[in-house]
Design a protein around this ligand. Structure first.
Ligand code: ADP
Ligand code: MG
Length: 693
């Protein structure tokens, strides 16, 4: 038997248990050894029966004086009762529906019992304790020690796992530590074999913690090595050199109807510097909704085009692609450097704002007659061939692999010199630092910390059911002033269809009820692109007063005249997402409002909603989200492939930073990790599971 022996070949497991173990992700011996306890119960001290009190976890050791089984009177319950005696006293132990216990307890024989004590009418007794017979060869596994409690599944109990894992532990002696010995010493980590033993069967809680710390550090360390190695590998690729045209850039910036914020200037400058190097830029531009990311990307695109390359903008939805097209066209309008701008989405294709047939547009892109192409993620990845793409901006999709980028570049006629376009990914999702350093650890990050001047803070209010009417009145007042409003309906179900239905129902209710004198619009994900566009255009033109929508309206929509964002069922959304919704309003000089309608008055909801009222910016909310909901359920951490212990360490920024520093040192010494074979394999595996590319 070795580490990769399938579990069904192990005595006492077999196909039946193997099936159950699979649910825990356990397939081979190694997986069992690395199935770590989620907690421990302290049964270490063997107590004298005379000293036992109610409600404690204890181990006792004594002789079975008496044992019998009976049926409970009322329910169909088998009860086993035993009396145990040690030198000090006797105690009763009781088991329910566990007939097999009888086989493990023989009168006149000595036994260890570990369990919780309760107070019954005849005094203190042990309920459902785990029995174990002391053996000369091994120490106890279930009693008289710190006992591991594992993540369980139906039919696989902690007790069973303890039994199996204890027997397999000797195999751990064959595992070589992937971490070099000197490193383990220097960082005062527990060596692998000791750590494996101590995480399962620690001699003290401190030992268990020390073991866990080693594994946490190890996992985070691999994540860091994987991220930094990926980053280094990226530096070995080629990208076009985009020389910054300082004159042109100044002219463009001066032509804008506003002054760039310091953050915008700084970010743009970093991006231009990155693009001057012949290695691929891999930068994420992170900034709250409305912080002005588009113009930063446009500055970079302008330089790429000026240097003779094509640029692409990818948006997550058709509406946003349309909007980017409009914004970018306006930014470059009427200037001597007017680039030709194409738009390509599932339902429309335009060149310089004039309709053009798709095949024709694609032909022009291929010939290099389109300088900037704007489209949805899907369209651009799938079927567009560029002549010489140099720069890609991608909105709200955090990762865009080297492979995908290479494919964009390869399609052109300059395929021979295989270059990879520079990448700028933009996000309004505030990313906590721990995540920036792990799942995005291979990217460079620029932050837009400040908002453009003159924006008013959106007034946020939590609206319980009884205040709904009041909120509606306030909305009407705003609409009467000529303003517009959004009303978002919750993700009733994850299905588009039901979500659409909920919004449609609400649309009918509101348009025949409280808002019958106003123009209402409806927007949901089941609508065709063109329908959606019509609605959004009507909203932009002010022909709709109140837009009822599902969350499709979430990212990036820019309607400065809108001053109210109402979210129904607000508790169902993450804080970061609610923050996004709120960012749809307050984009102009008017005072804006965000109403969070919620029927839940639970403590948790109240806390989260209040965080939204108080928070100064998205980053604060991201930290809140991380605390309240955990990283796993958000930010795509679970989908990121990050291992469990690393995930559990996401609140420990110091650990992450320390691991990153150490990883850096390793790669400085040996970029390919050739010296450390096992470590290298681990890291390469991690690069794959974490989808670093
Ligand atoms: P986001 O970062 O959410 O994508 P946008 O790029 O859509 O933000 O910008 C939001 C709005 O702010 C746009 O109307 C844009 O023209 C405007 N804007 C951008 N930068 C500034 C600035 N420095 N001062 C004033 N308005 C700005
Ligand atoms: Mg945007």
């Amino acid at each position: 038997m070795n580490l990769s022996t399938p579990v069904e070949e192990i005595k006492r497991i077999g196909p039946k248990y193997a099936g159950k173990l699979k649910k825990l992700g356990i397939k081979e011996v190694r997986d069992l050894l690395f199935h770590f306890p989620s907690r421990y119960e302290d049964y270490a001290t063997v107590k004298s029966i005379a000293d036992i009190k109610p409600d404690e976890e204890v181990t006792i050791e004594g002789k079975v004086v008496h044992i019998n089984e009976r049926m409970a009177k009322r329910r169909r319950l088998k009860i086993i009762e035993a009396v145990i005696e040690d030198r000090t006293d006797t105690i009763k132990a009781v088991w329910f529906n566990q007939s097999y216990i009888k086989k493990q307890l023989n009168t006149e024989e000595s036994v260890l019992l570990a369990g919780k004590t309760s107070l019954g009418k005849d005094g203190v007794y042990l309920s459902n304790p785990t029995p174990e017979v002391r053996s000369m060869e091994t120490s106890p596994v279930h009693t008289a020690r710190i006992v591991p409690i594992y993540p369980e599944t139906r039919g696989v109990s902690s007790k069973w796992l303890r039994y199996i894992i204890y027997k397999l532990l000797p195999i751990a002696q064959n595992i070589e530590d992937p971490l070099p010995e000197e490193f383990v010493k220097e960082k005062e980590l527990m060596p692998l074999r000791d750590a494996l033993f101590n995480i399962h069967f620690p001699s003290s809680i401190e030992k268990a913690q020390e073991a866990r710390r080693r594994f946490e550090f190890e996992e985070i360390f691999y994540v860091q090595l994987a991220a930094l190695k990926t980053k280094a590998e990226m530096q070995a690729e080629n990208s076009p050199k985009v020389k910054t045209n300082v004159e042109l850039t100044k002219k463009f910036v001066n032509s804008l109807p506003f002054t760039l914020t310091d953050s915008q200037k700084k970010a743009a400058w970093r991006i231009l510097k990155d693009m001057e190097r012949p290695i691929p830029m891999n930068r994420m531009l992170e900034g709250d909704v409305g912080s002005g990311k588009t113009v930063v990307a446009a500055t970079a695109a302008l330089n790429a085009v000026d240097a003779g390359f094509q640029a692409a903008f990818m948006a997550p939805t058709e509406i946003l692609a349309e909007q980017h097209n409009k914004t970018i066209t306006e930014l470059f309008d009427d200037k001597e450097y007017s680039p030709s701008i194409g738009l390509l989405t599932g339902s429309s294709s335009k060149l310089n704002n004039e309709k053009i047939k798709k095949p024709e547009l694609k032909e022009k892109i291929k010939k290099g007659e389109v300088d900037m192409l704007i489209g949805t993620h899907a369209v651009i990845q799938k079927d567009v061939k560029f002549k010489n793409i140099g720069f890609v901006t991608i909105d709200e999709q955090h990762r865009f692999g080297v492979g995908q980028r290479a494919a964009l570049a390869k399609s052109g006629s300059k395929a021979k010199n295989k270059t990879i376009p520079h990448l700028l990914s933009m996000t309004a999702t505030p990313i906590p630092r721990s995540l920036a350093l792990t799942i995005y650890g291979d990217l460079d990050i620029s932050l837009l910390k400040e908002m453009p001047k003159g924006r008013k803070k959106v007034i946020t209010k939590i609206v319980p059911p009884k205040k709904r009417k009041e909120a509606f009145e306030l909305i009407k007042k705003e609409l009467d002033k000529g303003r517009q409003a959004f009303c978002i309906f919750p993700l009733v179900e994850v299905s588009d269809k039901l979500e659409a239905k909920a919004a449609t129902d609400e649309y009918e209710k509101l348009s025949s009820g409280p808002f019958k004198d106003y123009n209402l619009g409806l927007l949901h994900g089941r609508m065709k692109g063109q329908e959606k566009d019509e609605i959004m255009n009507k909203m932009k033109e002010g022909k709709i007063d109140l837009l009822i929508s599902t969350s499709v309206v979430e990212v990036g929509i820019d309607i400065p005249n809108a001053t109210i964002m109402m979210v129904d069922g607000a508790e169902r959304f993450g804080l970061a997402q609610l923050h996004q919704f709120r960012g749809r309003v307050g984009r102009d000089k008017h005072q804006s409002y965000c109403f969070l309608l919620t029927e839940s008055d639970s403590e948790g909801t109240r806390k989260r909603m209040n965080a939204l009222v108080k928070a100064k910016n998205g980053f604060e909310l991201a930290e809140y989200d991380l605390k309240f909901r955990g990283a796993g359920d958000m930010y795509g951490v679970r989908q990121s492939g990050m291992p469990d212990l690393a995930m559990a360490s996401l609140d420990n920024v110091e650990l992450i930073e320390e691991a990153r520093e150490e990883a850096n040192k390793f790669l400085e010494k040996d970029a390919k990790l050739k010296k450390w074979e096992i470590l290298k394999n681990k890291v390469e595996e991690m690069q794959k599971t974490m989808h670093f590319e």
